[in-house]
Design a protein around this ligand. Sequence first.
Ligand SMILES: Cc1ncc(COP(=O)(O)O)c(C=O)c1O
Length: 350
Amino acid sequence: MNTTFNLESLIRPTINALKPYSSARDEFDSNDGKAILLDANESPFYNGLNRYPDPHQRVLKQKLSELKNIPTDRILLGNGSDEVLDLLFRAFCEPNLSSIITLTPTYGMYDVLASINAIENIEVPLSENFNPEVATILKAIKPSTRLLFICSPNNPTGNTFSDESIEQLLNQFNGLVIIDEAYIDFSDKTSWLERLEKFPNLVITQTMSKAWGLAGIRLGFCFSSPEVISVLKKIKPPYNVNELTQQRALKQLNNADVVSVEINTVKQNKAKLINDLNSFSMVEMIAPSDTNFLLVRFLEPHKVYHHLRNNGIIIRNRSTLKGCENCLRITVGTEKENEKLLNSLKTLVV
Ligand SMILES: Cc1ncc(COP(=O)(O)O)c(C=O)c1O
């Protein structure tokens, strides 16, 4: 338990003093459809989308709350989890003064967001087998450090970090610990959601872009204390989750069974892909993966990357990333797609 965490001291003074924008629909929460809405300069002609969406996404949040067993005041929704991550920077990091810690190699957006927001990114490398080195991370913390990003399961390495390491960091770091669980639905490990109430400095992000199969709608979830969520709500754009997204997301959350079948298929396809890739002598290593992708070390990664590209197969070249030398990241596709990938590899002479 972290007893010295003080949220007040983390909030940027500008944000603390901010009077948030109040949208027309903020003051109207009746859903009876009977009110005459002349408050928001919308078109009066009904087409299903002529009204602004619910800025609080009440129906969607209620469904998510039931599904995840988390109260709605601990949930914030964003235009993808990328928006949620950006809101965290803007609420808690003072441009040109604050710093964050990231554990590399990891998801590239943390560094991009740090640059956009003029925040120093202290990069602490993961160990050789891609695990966090707690003592080194704790040593890297500066008085200016506000956020610690833990991507688990990690992109691009695919592995989940141990509960013990993460718990030590939660207990000993007095800033916010963001656990990015974009890939958690593919993993057999337990989400940190179950332990949300135990840690006042814990923020968890998840997304509909991966296992939920809806990268196109842009919907990200953020779970934290009601206090952290209130700060983020204050600065989020009023209508950040559009009506079509809210409707489609709700439909998908009501279809969890279908998604669960898809997740199982991805897991089976991944197991087969690992097996098949291991039969190639050019494959040096496949990192253990709790996700829907594989980080694979090849003898000649550039040759492989370009050969696949010339065959119309696009994968992610991570070979120049520190810690991922000679590695390519391959998303698990359909059975047919994976077969085409393997057939294409067979035609490559290294
Ligand atoms: C670890 C991680 N976090 C977040 C995201 C972004 O998710 P979203 O589509 O919800 O913005 C990605 C996308 O690849 C990711 O790999």
